[in-house]
Design a protein around this ligand. Structure first.
Ligand code: ATP
Length: 213
């Protein structure tokens, strides 16, 4: 079935990787079907939302049967481009950047950090988790020889973030996962997702204190 990607709401699209990961583990354990309440327990999304999400791509589920795991997975694979590896670069090989290079996301999905950039002579020329680290001056050259790189992770100090974002845009990056506290200005056709870990942690502590479960 052909699905018009434009019609899937953004909130639904954001949950797809979550569903995908759980369904993959179900398939690996030999399960062929799953109910929305089972899924709901596993991914912590209420089952009405799951049913609505799935209805956008024609997976209606059958009463007493649930959803077909293989059908869902093949749909997700296509939608999330899991058949293709998405190349990612990382700028700033500090503590956080180093952790990402070692982790490198390949276990949970098909994105891979292909190369990293830094300016420190201590880091340039090294490899971490078999990802080579180049000098930022080589950004343009390395990106054009790798081809097809549109996603960057930014883990530099806040004051370096904007000029680096400008450079990334110039070399054709279309999506930036920004781990710095800096709010970045980029052209409209570039997507930024901002993750400030210390704000997230503070907000978690606030909710713990003021909104006990
Ligand atoms: P983290 O914030 O990840 O814990 P850290 O405390 O080890 O890192 P930071 O000072 O935040 O270090 O720097 C992160 C990395 O960014 C370092 O490896 C540093 O060399 C690099 N860096 C600093 N300025 C730039 C820049 N202008 N371009 C590229 N990399 C830079």
């Amino acid at each position: 079935m052909e699905i018009d990607q434009q019609k899937i709401p953004q909130a639904t699209a954001k949950r797809l990787p979550l569903y995908y990961r759980f369904l993959e583990s179900l398939q690996a354990s030999g399960k062929h079907r799953v109910s929305s309440s089972e899924l709901s327990d596993a991914v912590k999304v209420d089952s009405a939302t799951i049913r609505r999400d799935f209805s956008y791509f024609g997976a209606l589920g059958k009463k007493g049967y649930g959803y077909n795991v293989n059908y869902l997975l093949s749909f997700f694979r296509k939608t999330l481009d899991q058949d293709e590896v998405t190349k990612v670069i990382l700028v700033g090989v500090g503590n956080l950047g180093t952790a990402f290079l070692n982790y490198n996301f390949t276990k949970s999905n098909n994105t891979r950090i292909e190369m990293a950039f830094d300016v420190s002579p201590d880091k340039v020329g090294d490899e971490i988790g078999s990802v080579p680290i180049f000098h930022l001056d080589e950004l343009k050259e390395k990106i054009s020889s790798a081809g097809d790189v549109e996603v960057a992770i930014l883990t530099v100090p806040a004051n370096a973030a904007q000029p680096i974002a400008d450079q990334l845009v110039e070399v054709g990056i279309k999506a930036i996962l920004n781990f710095t506290p800096a709010r970045l200005s980029v052209p409209e056709n570039v997507r930024i997702h901002h993750i400030d870990l210390s704000v997230e942690l503070q907000s978690l502590v606030y909710f713990l204190k003021h909104y006990p479960m």
